[in-house]
Design a protein around this ligand. Sequence first.
Ligand code: AGP
Length: 612
Amino acid sequence: MCGIVGYIGEREAQPVLLSGLKRLEYRGYDSSGIALILPHKKNIGIRKAPGKISVLERLVKNKPLSGAVGIAHTRWATHGAPTQANAHPHSDCAGQIAVVHNGIIENYETLKMQLMKEGHVFHSQTDTEVIVHLIEKFYKGIPLEEAVSSALKLLTGSFAIGVIAANEPNKLVGARLGSPLIIGVGKGENFLASDVPAVLGFTKEVVFLDENELVVLDKDNFKISDLDGKTRFKTTTHINWDIDQAEKAGFDHFMLKEINEQPRILENLINSRLQRKTGKICFQEQNIPEAALKEIKNIFIVACGTAYHAGMVAKYALESLCQVPTQIDVSSEFRYRDLLIGPETLVVAISQSGETADTLAGIREAKRRNCSVISICNVLGSTLTRESDGVIYIHAGPEIGVASTKAYTAQLTALYLFAFYLAQIRGVLSGTKINKLLAELFKVPEYQSQILKQQQKIAALARKHSHLGSFLYLGRNVNYPSALEGALKLKEISYIPAEGYAAGEMKHGPIALIDEYRAVVCIAPESKVYEKMVSNIQEIRSRKGKIIAIATVGDQEVKKLTREIIYVPKIEEIFSPLLVVLPLQLMAYHIAVKRGCDVDQPRNLAKSVTVE
Ligand code: AGP
């Protein structure tokens, strides 16, 4: 997810573009750049740099650009590490056209090869660069917008783009398919942006572009059409959000926004990794040869915090689906153990940031022992991905809230897909069984959306229990990690002592804790351990514990034991962690809000723990 901004008007464009970029930094921040039409030189000036937008600000302070028409970009890398060459904007061979892009061009390699054969010179590893060279190819004696349309019709994937050309200095072109793009309507000036916050400092009048729409702007007008040039009429919308709210898309906190993004992110992730026609699962950046993966004798998962809980779920999936013995340990323990691992071991490192010091130390130890290392990561080009033999990106977009939510379910989904991939190449799971499981996995985004429709009920239940001084979370089998994750979410943002426990362990000590002053969250979806969970709930009830249960829609047993139930749709047991975690995330969020805690930036914590 990147942020793009465009400006055409009477002001100096540079400060307007930088201010817009800073309002979009939550969309991605591993490199940024701007491009302006330099009217006196009949040319385009570009300034771009890896790193946060502050790096670009220093660059343009020393080497400013002057002009009233420009585009800008802040990047969340998906193809090509965050380097100077890969930063947007990208220009054509002659430096007369510039483009910024948010999205993924899935057929860029084929297009790039063809364009190179035709003599185009590429300077980056990005998918985006093919767009500007395609426009250059068509931009011969026709208006810029027609060249843009011709280029976009050849693309497969998603895009929101901004385009400028030196020989049409009074024109700014934008278009979208699959990625958001808005027009900011000013007086004597107009704007393009990925999202509302970028323009709110200048105008509250916006137009939301729809799929396959293209817009041509000058400083006083804008004209919207489809990619065939057929005019589209749209009304402006008055935005009454303030800027801070707008960065969170109207949600009160990034964490709540990210909880609600999960269905869309998982849908994109599943669809991008699965070839529906063949049922084959493909991981572009997974560079460990399949022959080597076939020889693996055991797997060792290393991770911290929430990523560790995702790894615990993966252990169940890998052992049951791939029949590969799988160990797991927190990275800070793994790195100091006398490890019995070697070339026959595949180490799977899970990390949202890709910069967690303990996990990095863990994989370095694994490499020293000649293990193959694959990482499950959200940040392209992060240290972990550069030191791994193979990478599976989760494409969850920047996760701003310190408490990990969307990255957790995206990690889980990537790990399930990896388990299917491994089972496919090791031939231990029939195509029929894989297709049955994939059909269940495809239901998850819709089922998550159904759960999110219960947010008001979950919020009320959370607030009702927010005064309690401690919480116990219980789960079994594949939802024992869910219990740990629910407890971690609550404790890290509300500061309430919370413990996650294997429910079967209750009788070995923790049951002594049960009384009417403690809430016990029981994760009891339909499963092979359901009856055992019901017994645990009965034990707690008889000791006056305050029970909050998560159960499957239609459950008749649990409702006899407690009224505080959140229902989740019925799904294949192995995937239930993808559903039960949403109520746990929302409960933690609403309890923390009720207690006045800083939900997005909890005390003592950092988003990425780069120290040991
Ligand atoms: C989870 O909500 C926490 N923010 C924390 O436990 C986090 O999962 C852990 O620090 C690992 O971070 P990583 O995924 O970036 O390696």
